[in-house]
Design a protein around this ligand. Structure first.
Ligand code: GTR
Length: 428
């Protein structure tokens, strides 16, 4: 950054650093939860290119700076993903016209990836609103416990891939006991009633969420030339899940009941980090929603508030590429911060949602990252509409959407109410 730019960005930070605070809830000990103890930091300017030139219009952003920021995130944070695979086949394994009390058509699709022993079967569940007059816009979501956990509908197929124990899962195998166990997180009836399609994929079908040396899931479909040598820029699990979402979109593009040009991608927590990266790396997603995504998602790493880069790389060494570990305790040396991840969705609408009690995810850092993405949106004539974090339960729906709701780390009907209103504004 040139000195004058550093100064103006510094002022911006001073204004926004000391605003509202949150009540303390139980969080891992030994981390920062006190706003007054956040040490001053300087964010990289999203509009200054690696060669020092300043981006002043949308075309320079799209042609020069955006590709630069995208490759910085690939090389330093998530790792580089392969493109669309040649060996991919869609199989509609079930279709029912009278689902959800006759309001929806249900489709279950298997996306077959790769061949032989390591071949993968990724299950996509789709509900289509019967009342839709033409191809429906919709939400593509990614879930933690299996497609059968999102609704009690007894016809939903149960995953056969690895699942985390609990919620009716035994020995990492899902059972029918888990049906609807996470239904509170998915406002499927409300989504269908508003005329949107709802699609969901289980993340463990794409890549199991444990540190397996990348031997399972999507990674072995694209082995490095020398299998003993993974590169520090090779893709890790979040990139794998995001890549899987792009393959689900590949299917939706083939379904005439869906308008694949009007699909929002949505995920919660680690899967909110995933939806942000999916939206950044695949511009076909028309709208991007990050629910309580925190560290490595929407929250600014340089604040070191709640979860830190070191902590996340230690607890979950398989989420980010090897290079990201360089920034353990050295957040300030990273050429990007998370406002630039949000900016990669521009000019498409993006929504960042926080929860007041979710201090581990740094609600304020999530807001500040959304605010830090605004200069890129401004190049396209879009304003955020706020300069300080709005009070709880007072959403802002510009081209960038934001709310912090009361309550804990979760996805609630309140969150979905906002996403539906935001989609009505931008996808209809
Ligand atoms: C936590 C992790 C967070 C968040 C969360 C989740 O343990 O520290 O970054 O991703 O898991 O995904 O539920």
């Amino acid at each position: 950054m040139k000195p004058v730019q550093m100064q103006s960005f510094g002022c911006f930070l001073l204004i926004v650093l000391f605003t509202s605070s949150f009540s303390v809830t139980a969080q891992p000990k030994g981390y920062l939860y006190d706003e007054s103890k956040v040490t001053p930091y300087e964010l990289p300017d999203p509009l200054v290119c690696v060669d020092g030139t300043k981006v002043t219009d949308s075309s320079a952003w799209l042609k020069k700076r955006r590709p630069e920021v995208l490759s910085l995130f690939e090389d330093e944070v998530f790792g580089c993903s392969p493109g669309k695979p040649k060996a991919m086949r869609f199989e509609v394994v079930e279709e029912a016209k009278e689902a959800l009390g006759g309001r929806a058509t249900r489709k279950q699709v298997v996306i077959h990836l790769g061949k032989g022993k390591k071949a993968l079967a990724v299950n996509l569940l789709v509900y289509l609103p019967r009342k839709a007059k033409g191809p429906a816009a919709g939400f593509l979501t990614i879930n933690f416990m299996g497609n059968h956990s999102v609704h009690a509908d007894p016809a939903i197929r149960i995953p056969t891939s690895w699942v985390r124990n609990g919620n009716g899962v035994k020995n990492n195998k899902a059972t029918s006991e888990g049906r609807g166990s996470r239904a509170s997180r998915w406002a499927i009836d409300a989504i269908i009633d508003r005329g949107y399609a709802f699609a969901t994929v289980y993340y463990g079908d794409i890549d199991p969420d444990f540190n397996d040396g990348y031997e399972n899931g999507v990674h072995p479909l694209f082995p490095p030339k020398d299998p003993t040598k993974r590169k520090p820029t090779d893709w890790a699990s979040i990139a794998g899940w995001a890549w899987g979402l792009s393959r689900c979109l590949d299917y939706l593009e083939t379904d005439s009941a869906v308008d694949a040009k009007r699909i929002a991608v949505m995920g919660h927590s680690r899967l909110g980090k995933t939806s942000l990266w999916a939206g950044a790396s695949d511009e076909r997603f028309a709208l991007v929603i990050s629910n309580n995504s925190g560290c490595g998602g929407a929250a600014l790493s340089r604040r070191k508030f709640g979860e830190t880069v070191k902590r996340i790389n230690t607890s979950f060494p398989h989420w980010f590429c090897e290079n990201y570990k360089k920034y353990n305790d050295k957040e300030g040396e990273c050429p990007v911060d998370q406002h630039m991840l949000i900016a990669l969705s521009a000019p498409r609408p993006v929504y960042v949602a926080s929860a007041e009690g979710d201090r581990w995810a740094d609600p304020k850092g999530e807001f500040l990252a959304a605010l830090g993405a605004e200069p890129v949106y401004q190049l396209f004539g879009h304003e955020f509409g706020v300069v300080t974090q709005p009070p709880v339960d007072q959403p802002v729906h510009g081209r960038i959407g934001y709310h912090v709701r009361t309550g804990k780390h979760d996805v609630t009907s309140y969150d979905w109410g906002q996403y539906l209103d935001f989609a009505d504004k931008h996808l209809k």
